[in-house]
Write a protein that binds this ligand. Structure first.
Ligand code: BMA
Length: 318
């Protein structure tokens, strides 16, 4: 099989945080962006970090996918009165279905006041994550849906870009007693859900031996749903890979590959969190897969794979 290695293009970040006071809300980091095409623009919805590591969502627009226009204010602020969003909104993944762009994200917060916390445990974590959502039709006004997977400690969530038997389908990774498990579930209205299905852990590769999950939003290609994945090893290095799900049965992971990109450049090795390349969005443009990714939780860069190489690798191994 030909090794798949994404090429950095250009060899530097395409968005870096602005240091002035007006942009206090994203001064510490602009990273992990979901991507969409809207009219003749490429739109990035990114995670912005302030000096206190509160996350908000910002927007950047571009005609060529490299030169981005940034705006002065976040599109989604964090609400300290929302018990699920006290630390903010993280890792937006954008999926277009019909005329609506669904932005599925992590809602990050502290535990409820009074909620039991076993501080004697070594792995005690005083915060919690949920999967939340915003939606928009025009990237100007946004509907806040709040937490859409109630009471499920889950992140890395994204929607499949079409309804399946009339239902929305969402991949996510849940913290369970068995560790973190990749799952899929289906809903008509984001209120009542079917029984979730586990997706079997695909690999014992060393680059994914701590964690493995999405990645980009799922993208329809003739072979199935293509996802740029991420993997974490025991040194906490984040790398990118690829996953392919069966379009007839999206609970089936039918192919995976990687790593396709790993931290090598200074902006991937040093930042807010070192040794991280992490993606929330990718786009097929012509013959190429453009992967927008965060470098060290501080900047946004782009890497490219040729679709023919991906498809050849899939056909060789299926
Ligand atoms: C993951 C997510 C990402 C982040 C990565 C590395 O758990 O929170 O937003 O980029 O960790 O810090």
């Amino acid at each position: 099989m030909i090794p798949l290695h994404a090429a950095r293009s250009p060899q530097e970040p395409i968005i870096i945080p602005r240091a002035d006071n007006l942009h206090w809300w994203e001064r510490n980091g602009i990273f992990n962006a979901g991507v969409a095409e809207y009219r003749d623009q490429i739109v990035l919805i990114y995670r912005a970090y302030d000096d206190y590591r509160m996350s908000r969502l910002g927007i950047a627009t571009s005609r060529d996918g490299v030169q981005f226009k940034l705006y002065d204010h976040p599109i989604v602020d964090t609400d300290p009165n929302d018990e699920f969003e006290r630390i903010g909104i993280e890792d937006p993944r954008v999926t277009k279905i019909d005329d609506t762009y669904y932005i599925v994200h992590t809602s990050a917060s502290y535990k409820k006041i009074g909620e039991f916390s076993d501080v004697s445990k070594k792995d005690f974590i005083p915060w919690r994550v949920r999967t939340g959502m915003h939606s928009t039709k025009d990237f100007t006004s946004f509907i806040h849906h709040g937490v859409v997977l109630p009471d499920i400690p889950a992140k890395n969530a994204s929607l499949i870009p079409e309804r399946i038997d009339g239902k929305f389908a969402m991949y996510y990774r849940e913290f369970t007693q068995r560790g973190e498990v990749l799952k899929i579930n289906f809903t008509k209205d984001f209120i009542s859900w079917d029984e979730p299905k586990d997706i079997s852990w695909p690999t014992e590769d060393s680059w994914t031996n701590l964690k493995f999950g999405l990645g980009s939003q799922p993208i329809i290609i003739p072979e199935g749903y293509l996802v740029v994945s991420h993997g974490v090893d025991t040194t906490s290095t984040y790398r990118l890979g690829l996953m392919l799900f069966d379009r007839k049965d999206p609970t089936k992971l039918i192919w995976h590959a990687g790593p396709i990109l790993e931290p090598e450049t200074p902006y991937e090795k040093e930042g807010v969190v070192p040794n991280v390349v992490y993606t929330c969005g990718a786009l097929i443009v012509g013959e190429e897969l453009w992967i927008y990714y965060g470098g060290a939780d501080r900047v946004i860069a782009r890497a490219i794979l040729q679709m023919k190489d991906i498809q050849q690798a899939i056909h060789e191994s299926l």
